[in-house]
Design a protein around this ligand. Structure first.
Ligand code: NAD
Length: 307
């Protein structure tokens, strides 16, 4: 019988755990729960006889992989998987997957929550502006970016998009306007919504020059990763351009300085909120359980991230 460890420092909602267990029960797998653990030793003990692990933001490093002698697969319930040591997983022949797309709608809805909050002057009673007929530029047209585009259409916005790997032709076929570069996206968009992953190419790529290219009254909204922001550069640009606003779901390291210097033009959620919905929580957990069953029963490696 396969043993699937659900190791979550921050547990799934009870309904999600129930759903995961049902999927695994149906496959005649055993579900082992390790929730709210505070000591890594507990995780090391629990992985010892697991065939598969479902995690959230939990760290699966070389030490954990060394301790997991039977382990074949780790599934990160969520999009980002920088909490798993892929090199060590390769050494141990362990398949690593994420569950892309399961929280994208949640993140995309938050983008619009943050945007309405910004354009309505944080609900301070003074006249703000509308999103209709504004141009929104979507940087990286993946799962979240496409959901932002879908919702933006409902707001009556014009959608521009750039993705380093999605061809312009595909963006056009989906009914949106491709642009040729990140710089062009910033030049042409009233609002730029960031959805690129943190990679060596994107690290600190949202910088002084790009922000300076925005049209008057430009807004940047970040629900991606803080690593892609050049925090000093963005602050410098916003000190020079008093019309630019910045809203982020990933609190920057210089949050205090941003708050002090930019006042109401800057906003950060206190904690990353993008994927924090009951639906996303449950979707990702269920997808993880289904992917594990499909992997063992059919050799399905579609969502493998360590090729
Ligand atoms: P995804 O993998 O579906 O899409 C990412 C897209 O980025 C892909 O289309 C890819 O081609 C593109 N891309 C990669 N490198 C690029 C580059 N250098 N320039 C332009 N485009 C590039 O991922 P997703 O699910 O859409 O997630 C997007 C981002 O949102 C990720 O950074 C993820 O970590 C973050 N995220 C945040 C939250 C939150 O709670 N705020 C939740 C989920 C995801």
């Amino acid at each position: 019988m396969k043993r699937v460890l659900v190791a979550t420092e921050k547990p799934f909602a009870a309904a999600a755990v129930k759903g995961i267990k049902e999927v695994l029960d149906n496959a005649k797998y055993e579900t082992v729960l390790l929730e709210k653990y505070t000591d890594k030793a507990d995780l090391l003990k629990a992985v010892a006889n697991a065939d598969a692990i479902i995690i959230r933001s939990d760290k699966v490093d070389a030490e954990v992989l060394d301790a997991a002698k039977n382990l074949k697969i780790v599934v990160r319930a969520g999009a980002g998987y920088d909490n798993v040591d892929l090199e060590a997983a390769n050494k141990h022949n362990v398949c690593v997957m994420n569950t892309p797309g399961q929280n994208s709608n949640a993140v995309a809805e938050l983008v619009f929550g943050m945007l309405v909050f910004a354009v309505r002057n944080r609900f301070n009673g003074k006249a703000g502006s509308e999103l209709k007929d504004k141009k929104i530029g979507i940087l990286a047209f993946g799962n979240v970016g496409r959901n932002v585009a879908r919702i933006a259409k409902g707001f009556g916005m014009e959608v521009l998009a750039y993705d380093a790997f999605v061809p312009a032709e595909s963006i056009k076929e989906m009914g949106f306007t491709p642009v040729a570069s990140v710089a062009e996206l910033f030049e042409k968009s009233d609002i730029v919504s960031l959805h690129a992953p943190a990679t060596p190419e994107t690290r600190k790529s949202i910088n002084y020059e790009l922000v300076g290219k925005m049209p008057k009254g430009g807004i940047i909204v970040n629900t991606a990763r803080k690593e892609i922001i050049d925090e000093e550069g963005i602050l410098k640009a916003m000190m020079e351009r008093e019309d630019i606003r910045y809203a982020t779901d990933i609190m920057p390291d210089n949050h205090a300085e941003m708050t002090e210097k930019l006042g109401d033009r800057y906003f950060s959620t206190p904690k990353k909120m993008g994927a924090q919905t009951a639906e996303a929580n449950s979707n990702a957990g269920l997808a993880a359980a289904n992917q594990i069953v499909a992997y063992f029963e059919k050799g399905d490696e579609r969502f493998r991230v360590n090729k």
